[in-house]
Design a protein around this ligand. Structure first.
Ligand SMILES: Cc1cc2nc3c(=O)[nH]c(=O)nc-3n(C[C@H](O)[C@H](O)[C@H](O)COP(=O)(O)O)c2cc1C
Length: 208
């Protein structure tokens, strides 16, 4: 599979002028190729000391408005994005020799959209998210399971979205698509939007 994609390449003729269209096409290929967790992406943020941190999160929407993911608003990542509202996302579809990097400012998803996504989640995930004070220490796994059972019993009906859980949206100012090629002569197309959100994208080829 890798060799096949290395031969395909990502030339200016092949790549869409809109990086969102190109990204969506690549994501679809990753899904069809059976890549494990094709919507997993590494979210990088920086803390108050300038220390970068990165971790996987799941993409839940990619439109012209931005790239959405959901998490706990009290978590380390959320604290970092609140203090410094910039982040990057990296997708690695390694079996396809493909990487996509996205960078730009982040902001919370409007509450009504977080509510709509919350309502789609299975009940177990809702209770689990509620039970977790994400990124904070907990004495034992038994404590976590106990908290889950308490919250499960306390909410016999629909589970309301907690205030400390919701989405973040990264509004890309840069999207770079990377396609591995033979002899390390990889294709890199970097798209930027000098005029800001909503303005046309321009692109340039970078040395690999
Ligand atoms: C494949 C994968 C997907 C994940 N998706 C999410 C996610 O969508 N949201 C989330 O809060 N954590 C997700 N996690 C857990 C995070 O990587 C991380 O452990 C957690 O969010 C706490 O990060 P923080 O302490 O830096 O805030 C995922 C982990 C993996 C391995």
């Amino acid at each position: 599979m890798r060799r096949e994609y290395e031969e395909h390449g990502l030339t200016e003729d092949e790549a869409d002028l809109d990086p969102l269209v190109q990204f969506t096409g690549w994501l679809r290929v990753a899904v069809e190729a059976g890549i494990d967790e094709p919507n997993a992406m590494v979210l990088a943020t920086v803390d108050d000391d300038g220390q970068p941190w990165s971790r996987f999160v799941l993409l839940k929407g990619a439109t012209d408005a931005g790239f959405d993911f959901y998490t706990n608003y009290g978590s380390n990542k959320s604290q970092q994005m609140t203090a410094r509202p910039k982040a990057s996302l990296t997708f690695g579809w390694l079996a396809l020799s493909r990487q996509v990097q996205v960078a730009g400012p982040v902001a919370k998803v409007p509450p009504a959209e977080s509510d709509a996504y919350w309502d789609l989640r299975p009940r177990g995930s809702q209770i689990g998210s509620m039970a977790s004070d994400q990124s904070r220490p907990i004495a034992s796994r038994a404590d976590l399971l106990g908290r889950y059972d308490e919250l499960d019993a306390a909410h016999p009906g629909p589970v309301p979205r907690p205030d400390n859980w919701g989405g973040w949206r990264l509004v890309p100012h840069t999207i770079e698509l990377w396609q591995g090629r033979t002899n390390r002569l990889h294709d890199r197309l970097r798209y930027t939007r000098p005029g800001g959100p909503g303005s046309p994208w321009t692109r340039c080829r970078l040395n690999p």
